[in-house]
Design a protein around this ligand. Structure first.
Ligand SMILES: C[S@@+](CC[C@H](N)C(=O)[O-])C[C@H]1O[C@@H](n2cnc3c(N)ncnc32)[C@H](O)[C@@H]1O
Length: 196
């Protein structure tokens, strides 16, 4: 595998096939406890669009990915959907959202990139905006299928997010193995609350 995983037609087709039985329905149920229906929501790393398809039943969801190949797939399969080419690190959009969601995307960011991404999410969110992200649980990092994978713990998530976001929940859940994953839900702090 090369660094082009997620970027080539073949790897996108392989991922879609591997992930066909996986979805974030349980995570989205938790998000619904904090983000009212009809809210505007940006999904980062929409990939095959499985979660986007669930999210659209409750939210004004805009999908996004930094892979033109995934975007081609999304636009072809959901002609009425809105999909943006966005990188999770820079989030170059002038749009604002009530919520930001990602499922197993932010682990591709190195620590310094995650710092930038968290700041951009804070900028892009409306006041009291909600974030909901899943991560692989563990320590350190590795290269898998040519892609950087950064593992996280409850402590590391607090380290990266707690200054700009009030943590509402950090929970373990099972994806492939017991407690191999973490779900973070947090609320944007207002400027007056942030201690610089
Ligand atoms: C493991 S897949 C998850 C896809 C989808 N959320 C799901 O649960 O099936 C990771 C997705 O994140 C996208 N991605 C990886 N790094 C990204 C980045 N820096 N910015 C935006 N999207 C990224 C990939 O193109 C891919 O669609």
């Amino acid at each position: 595998m090369t660094k082009k995983y997620y970027k080539t037609k073949e790897s996108v087709e392989e991922y879609i096939s591997l992930a066909k039985d996986v979805n974030g329905a349980e995570l989205i149920e938790k998000l619904k406890d904090f983000l009212p229906s009809e809210s505007s929501l940006l999904e980062i790393g929409t990939g095959p669009g499985t979660d986007w398809n669930i999210l659209k039943d409750d939210y004004e969801v805009v999908g996004s990915d930094n892979s033109p190949e995934f975007l081609k797939h999304l636009n072809a399969n959901h002609p009425n959907g809105t999909f943006l080419e966005l990188d999770a690190i820079t989030l170059k959009t002038n749009q604002n959202f009530d919520g930001i969601y990602s499922n197993k995307v932010m682990h591709h960011l190195k620590d310094s990139e995650l710092v930038e991404a968290v700041k951009r999410q804070n900028d892009v969110l409306n006041p009291h905006g909600i974030i909901c992200h899943s991560f692989w649980r563990g320590e350190g990092s590795e290269i898998f299928k040519g892609l950087f994978v950064n593992y996280h713990t409850e402590q590391s998530l607090k380290h990266f997010f707690a200054e700009q976001f009030e943590i509402l929940m950090i929970e373990f859940y099972d994806e492939f193995e017991e407690a191999d994953s973490l779900l973070l839900i947090a609320k944007k702090r207002e400027v007056s609350e942030i201690k610089y």
